[in-house]
Design a protein around this ligand. Structure first.
Ligand code: IMP
Ligand code: MG
Length: 182
């Protein structure tokens, strides 16, 4: 069972639900006279996105982008590849990037530059998790759920080697899981 690979649970389903509701309420307030476009970064943010959009009470559009920055390891490789681009022209939209976790910041730094060049009304970042200690570029989130310690976490969309995304909570993997694979 997936659960057996987890050393301990960091954030329960209840904690996550509460965090996401607060973010949704703040975004609904801030964007009420804007033209909100939520851009979910696949695949890690899908669970967060699906809960966040349902906690937003104003009209909004959604779109998706898929990027790859990690391969199968636990540290950023520094290269970002666009695997799937947006379906639309973002001119006239207030873009809110929805990300699972801001770690080194390299992925979002690259994406911000790319999307800015397409001339949206505005562009901001909403991340569920933030690991500020690990930042290697100067980037911050306009909306953030929880600051996390420097541990590799899985669940609620976050993967290790593409597994564990479907855990409903967020936890820390047992050491032997990395060590066996490395
Ligand atoms: P960054 O470019 O280093 O900020 O990497 C951000 C991406 O790395 C996230 O969208 C995640 O896919 C992945 N990532 C970073 N830290 C973790 C973690 O603790 N668990 C799972 N994925 C992570
Ligand atoms: Mg990932």
């Amino acid at each position: 069972m997936l659960h057996d690979d987890i050393d301990y649970i960091l954030y329960s389903e209840e904690t996550l639900a509460e965090t996401v509701k607060k973010l949704g309420a703040q975004i609904s307030e801030d964007y009420k006279d804007r033209n909100l476009l939520l851009v979910s970064i696949l695949k890690g943010s899908i669970v967060f996105m699906s809960d966040l959009m349902r906690s937003i009470s104003i009209p909004c559009n959604i779109d998706f982008m898929a990027v790859s920055s990690y391969g199968s390891g636990v540290k950023s490789s520094g290269t970002v590849r666009i695997l799937k681009d947006l379906d639309r022209d973002i001119r006239g939209y207030d873009v809110l990037i929805v990300e699972d976790i801001l770690d080194s910041g390299m992925t979002l730094n690259y994406l911000m530059d790319l999307l800015y060049a397409r001339d949206p009304n505005s562009i901001r970042i909403c991340t569920l998790f933030d690991k500020p200690e690990r930042r290697s570029v100067d980037i911050y989130a306009d909306y953030k759920g929880i600051e996390v310690p420097d541990e590799f976490i899985v669940g609620y969309g976050l993967d290790y080697d593409e597994v564990y995304r479907n855990l409903p909570y967020v936890g820390v993997l047992k050491r032997e899981i990395y060590e066996n694979k490395a």
